[in-house]
Ligand binder design. Structure first.
Ligand SMILES: [Fe+2]
Length: 406
């Protein structure tokens, strides 16, 4: 079944691109297939651009270097008479590569205005919007794809998650339920439904819902697998079952792609949350920190950098933590829009490193002061909650140290 209706852009209708689109939407593990096709001599610019996204999704400097030749070849293969949709798509990947997320998002939205059925553009757009903290933009993009009848579950998943992140819980619930009804194993719809339950305060429903579907994640990307299990672990922790949370860390979260940024983010976040509740995580930080330090100087996501800082501080890697802070400061100086790196990530990073000072709780105060803008760090509300948990952990540690010294 073609996901992309119409014949205006035959390069998007190539079987490899359709398969790539399907895999991306289902959070599958076979995205790499397109690389073999491209390396074998494909002359389809869209296949080259899709191949570049494989490396961009790694969210690392090395990934960016690996993406560059595929973006360059995609640009070379575009012709004067290539469609506007093709040109917008390749331009979006180029802008993403150069760090200009707003412009990348603009190009993808241009595609969706012309082709509301273009789920490849919609999915990449939502990923970039989530990373950029463009919460309202997610809703705009969802609006472009909203009008289509006979929607596959993927479309409902995109709309549901955008609505939930914008506090439109009823709309999110309707679309998440519809998507799960069409395709019960749609992992993004399941994830959106779990977020809806969390927003509704139905924590038991969220846990039951996710656990009943967990088996279906075995063939999903490590991001989707570890992220959905991260949600389950946090729900167990909320019930006070730290044994279950630690078991999930050992069995499902820190078992996949340890070098992958999203796996690291889920692992760091869970350890922070467990310690914030006053529980011992044993020696688990050591391996997580060892892997995360390799990413400490990438500075491609302020939310991830703040997680890395937690790991570095927690394992006494103060030199790397200071270097990471300097990198965040530099990212703030270089950024076109200073807000997310300079005004938000930098003071939060300083507070993460500094800890609860004698003059108060700077991280806590900052999180309150910056709350209207925190979404600009990227990620979901639940992911950014790691910072509140880190504050609770630091406060507890300080109290324990003071108590021991008294
Ligand atoms: Fe989530």
């Amino acid at each position: 079944m073609s996901l992309i209706i119409g014949t205006a852009c035959p390069n998007f209708d190539a079987p490899t691109v359709i398969e790539f689109t399907n895999e991306l939407l289902r959070h599958g593990t076979a995205l790499e297939e397109i690389r073999r096709h491209v390396d074998a001599g494909s002359e389809n610019p869209i296949e080259h651009a899709c191949c570049a996204t494989l490396f961009m999704f790694l969210q690392t400097r090395e990934g960016q270097e690996q993406a560059e030749p595929y973006i360059a070849s995609a640009e070379r293969l575009l012709k004067n008479d290539s469609s506007q949709v093709e040109k917008h798509f390749v331009s979006a990947i180029r802008r993403w590569h150069s760090g200009d997320l707003p412009e990348a998002i603009r190009h993808l939205n241009e595609i969706l205005k012309a082709r509301p059925d273009h789920l490849l553009a919609a999915k990449i757009c939502q990923i970039l919007q989530l990373n950029a903290g463009d919460v309202e933009g997610m809703l705009t993009t969802a609006g472009h794809i909203d009008a289509q009848a006979g929607a596959p579950s993927f479309r409902h998943g995109l709309i549901a998650f955008a609505a939930q992140q914008n506090k439109l819980v009823d709309k999110a619930d309707t679309h998440a339920k519809k998507g799960c009804e069409i395709t019960p194993a749609d992992a993004w719809c399941q994830h959106a439904q779990a977020h809806v339950y969390l927003a509704q305060g139905k924590l038991d429903d969220a846990l039951t819902f996710l656990e009943e579907r967990a088996e279906s994640w075995d063939t999903r990307s490590s991001f989707m697998y570890t992220h959905n299990w991260w949600h389950i672990a946090l729900l167990h922790l909320h019930r006070g079952d730290v044994t279950a949370a630690l078991d999930i860390f050992d069995t499902h979260i820190w078992t996949q792609r340890k070098h992958h940024v999203q796996d690291q983010l889920n692992a760091i976040s869970l350890l922070v949350h467990i310690e914030a509740e006053g529980h011992d995580v044993g020696s688990r930080w050591a391996d997580v920190s060892r892997h995360a330090k390799d990413r400490a100087q990438d500075h491609l996501s302020p939310l991830f950098d703040l997680h890395v800082l937690c790991a570095m501080v927690r394992t006494g890697k103060s030199v790397i933590a200071r270097k990471t802070l300097k990198g965040i400061e530099q990212a703030g100086r270089l950024a076109k829009d200073k807000t997310r790196w300079h005004d938000i990530a930098l003071p939060l990073g300083q507070a993460v490193v500094q800890g609860a000072s004698d003059s108060g709780h700077p991280l806590d105060a900052l999180l309150t002061d910056l709350s209207p803008q925190l979404h600009l760090l990227g990620g979901s509300d639940e992911q950014r909650d790691t910072l509140h948990a880190w504050h609770r952990f630091q406060t507890k540690s300080k109290e324990l140290t003071s108590g021991a010294a008294a």
